[in-house]
Design a protein around this ligand. Sequence first.
Ligand SMILES: Cc1cc2nc3c(=O)[nH]c(=O)nc-3n(C[C@H](O)[C@H](O)[C@H](O)COP(=O)(O)OP(=O)(O)OC[C@H]3O[C@@H](n4cnc5c(N)ncnc54)[C@H](O)[C@@H]3O)c2cc1C
Length: 309
Amino acid sequence: MIGAGVVGLSCGIRLLESGYVTRIVSRDVSPDTVSDIAAAWWYPFLAEPVEKTTRWSIETYQELLRLKHEFQLGFITMRKGVEYLVEPSPPPKWSDGISHFRILNIDEVVEGYKSGWEIEAPVIEMAHYLPWLMERFLMLGGDVQEGFISSLSEVEGELVVNCTGLGARELCDDEEVVPVRGQIIYIEQDPGFGRFDQRPENLIYTIPRRDVTVLGGTAQRGDWHGGVRESDTVEILKKCSVLWPELDRSKIVGKAVGLRPSRSEVRLEVDRSSGKTVIHNYGHGGAGVTLSWGCADEVVALVSRMNQQ
Ligand SMILES: Cc1cc2nc3c(=O)[nH]c(=O)nc-3n(C[C@H](O)[C@H](O)[C@H](O)COP(=O)(O)OP(=O)(O)OC[C@H]3O[C@@H](n4cnc5c(N)ncnc54)[C@H](O)[C@@H]3O)c2cc1C
């Protein structure tokens, strides 16, 4: 396998649980992956195709809850969040698969919006979750090596699972993979519930974790700038104050930037064009955490189908 972000580690765990000898080779590990920057609220944002992301996201929702309860993971918390909409819209297809979904009464909708809904979903603290995934991977017998792969044909083993996120652009010569830059702000203040405007061109979120609330955001397509921009900080605070007027700027404790691995569609398929059998699993955009377990299960299903042929 290549890649030790949330997508690679989840896949690695599933392969080990299914009895496959598994090694991950990765250029970076936590805390240096894009996955470390994820906010991380369960929500299928900026990821296609919808028929598949709906299924993968519901499977992941259920798995995150199972892990939380079975392993007593305090760093996965269930939080309420309200999404405001500028136009009334039918409930999203994933709404049937989650534990709480409710259309807002009109008097609950903030000025400037026409409708909205309330959901309950997992918030995952990646600084704890990624090390936990790594520990579980190792505990199940997995092996991790640091290294950069410049060609799929050079990877050892019968099967390669490619979970390189944005790195797939170069590795697979896949120009469909583009960065969607996200800047966030950490603030030591709890908004009570998450507040969202999920339109990429006006992205707003306040995601409460146990330690800080994550404020966002930006979704700047094709922007490779990895540093914090002051102009984005100003804009994020302005937008978040609309949904959360009590926001107290004196409580800001940090900022971060990550480049989401966006693609027209998540690439999850078998490919033999390099001379090796490769299963690609990349291009999860703004929803790598949200889709991680559903995609991992699909990778395992592809592997076992190949073994039966
Ligand atoms: C600001 C921000 C907020 C976000 N919020 C959320 C959220 O609330 N919910 C959500 O679900 N998602 C969120 N996301 C999206 C999420 O972070 C990504 O979809 C997810 O991290 C992608 O995971 P990944 O494992 O594919 O990629 P990465 O985490 O980038 O991992 C890729 C791995 O591959 C390795 N690699 C790459 N190329 C090579 C190579 N050639 N050789 C060896 N190793 C290689 C890298 O070193 C790395 O280990 C957010 C993203 C950002 C930036």
